[in-house]
Design a protein around this ligand. Structure first.
Ligand code: AMP
Length: 217
């Protein structure tokens, strides 16, 4: 079973690397943000309950997330593995996640920590553009990760746009929340013994991906 979670500050490359891992191992990418957005789009009872909190960017209650996550992780396509994105975001959620894994009889899995210098992450966030359709990320300051044709996605030819939260103020807020809430998970998983640390500053996407593959094998 290949169940993987990523711990990473904003703009460390989590989206790009997880897409590569999902394709390589043919496992689903499960995002708690997407699960919640689906509920809202379907107009379900849960959707109506969480709409306001989501619009304000506040945390949705643990009760709701746990219920949706358990259901999604129990489905057939998750049984051989998955990448979980957006969860756990704090120690309490990490403990809940442990319980869910035990209940479903799943292994602890791998926790990948993508470590990056704050200034470099900010530089990347401020020069990032994403595809409005397939979500692929590009970086305009690095030729290797820039789109072939300016403003157009190499993959699906849709227009590229800047994420609304990729501005300096929002980046600093997101980074500070990450340091306060999510960073303590490093120690939690270090103690558990399933943490892979990668300092991504000078590494290419291929090199990071190779490190992860080595450990999965
Ligand atoms: P994301 O797509 O990961 O940026 O998440 C979008 C929104 O969904 C967040 O701003 C929260 O309102 C909610 N959300 C996603 N994951 C979680 C989580 N693990 N705990 C609480 N709320 C979450």
């Amino acid at each position: 079973m290949k169940n993987i979670i990523f711990i990473a500050p904003p703009a460390a490359g989590k989206g790009t690397i997880s897409a590569r891992v999902c394709t390589e191992y043919n496992i689903p990418h499960i995002s708690t943000g997407d699960l919640l957005r689906n509920e809202i789009a379907n107009g379900s009872k849960i959707g109506l309950e969480i709409k306001d909190a989501m619009a304000k960017g506040e945390f949705v209650s643990d009760e709701v997330i746990t219920k949706l996550l358990k259901k999604r992780l129990s489905s057939k396509d998750s049984k051989k593995g998955f990448i979980l994105d957006g969860y756990p975001r704090n120690i309490m959620q990490a403990k809940t996640y442990d319980n869910i894994l035990k209940e479903l009889n799943y292994e602890d899995g791998l926790v990948v920590f993508l470590d990056i210098d704050k200034n470099l992450a900010m530089k990347r966030a401020l020069s990032r553009v994403v595809c409005s359709k397939c979500g692929l990320s590009y970086n305009l300051i690095n030729k290797e990760y820039a789109p072939i044709k300016e403003g157009i996605c190499d993959n699906c030819k849709s227009p590229l746009k800047t994420r609304s939260d990729d501005n300096e103020e929002s980046f600093i807020n997101r980074f500070d929340t990450y340091m306060k809430e999510t960073y303590p998970l490093i120690e939690f998983y270090e103690k558990k013994g399933n943490l892979l640390k990668i300092k991504v500053d000078d590494m290419t996407v291929d090199e990071i991906f190779d490190e992860i593959k080595k450990v999965i094998k």
